[in-house]
Design a protein around this ligand. Sequence first.
Ligand SMILES: C[S@@+](CC[C@H](N)C(=O)[O-])C[C@H]1O[C@@H](n2cnc3c(N)ncnc32)[C@H](O)[C@@H]1O
Length: 243
Amino acid sequence: MAILDEIRRFWDDDAATYDDTPGHRPTSAAVQAAWTAALEALLPPAPARVLDCGAGTGFLSLIAARLGHRVTALDLSSGMLAKLSGAADAEGLDIAVVTGPADEPPHGFDAVIERHVLWTLPDPLAALGAWRVAAPGGRLVAIESLWGDVDPVETVRARAWGTVRRWRGTAPDHHGSYPTEVRGALPLGSGTHPRNVAGMVAEAGWPAPRLVRLRDVEWASTLEQRLPERLLGVAPRFAVVAG
Ligand SMILES: C[S@@+](CC[C@H](N)C(=O)[O-])C[C@H]1O[C@@H](n2cnc3c(N)ncnc32)[C@H](O)[C@@H]1O
């Protein structure tokens, strides 16, 4: 599928610098602790068989493996997964990696996790359905943030952040951006709202979706910021948990 080839190329090219952006990896002990506590509370007891979809350089996979879970990381981009494997090896963590599309996952898991991946899927509903088959009777932990034109307050906040970043000369989060036609083909490509994510999770057959606001992660991230960024705050982070 041509669009997946474009997306794979984008992330293979982004792999070298992805972890340079604060937010793409825990930047302080407080942020690390907040993410670890969040994942520990949301996942089944360790050791569970956990599939991290769109695992990237391993943000969630590494935390889950440190918590004692048996983690498989699935991603379209072998470049991103190579970074993940390097980080896992450096810590002596055993994380299996599978290169492939999110809607064709391996099976036999107790939990499926993802962070910031639904927006980039051509068919997020199909992927959520496939993840249910990968973990029948298991748990879903879909971690997202509220961003984009789905919420007027976040639109204003993002504009303000953009202004401050230009003023500071901050490097962009990625080496480039998706072509307009690729972005336009993604159902969540212009923003994720908890309402939409929870609705899709339910429609995909996951039982009893519930919304969890990740306030400690937000707070710890805010503590890292200088003025005036700290006054602007961070986009609300949330998990849709089901099963
Ligand atoms: C924004 S990054 C998030 C990475 C990681 N989950 C994190 O929290 O840092 C999106 C990831 O999704 C992967 N991805 C994009 N489209 C995909 C697809 N259709 N199937 C599997 N992975 C995909 C990309 O290669 C990239 O690693």
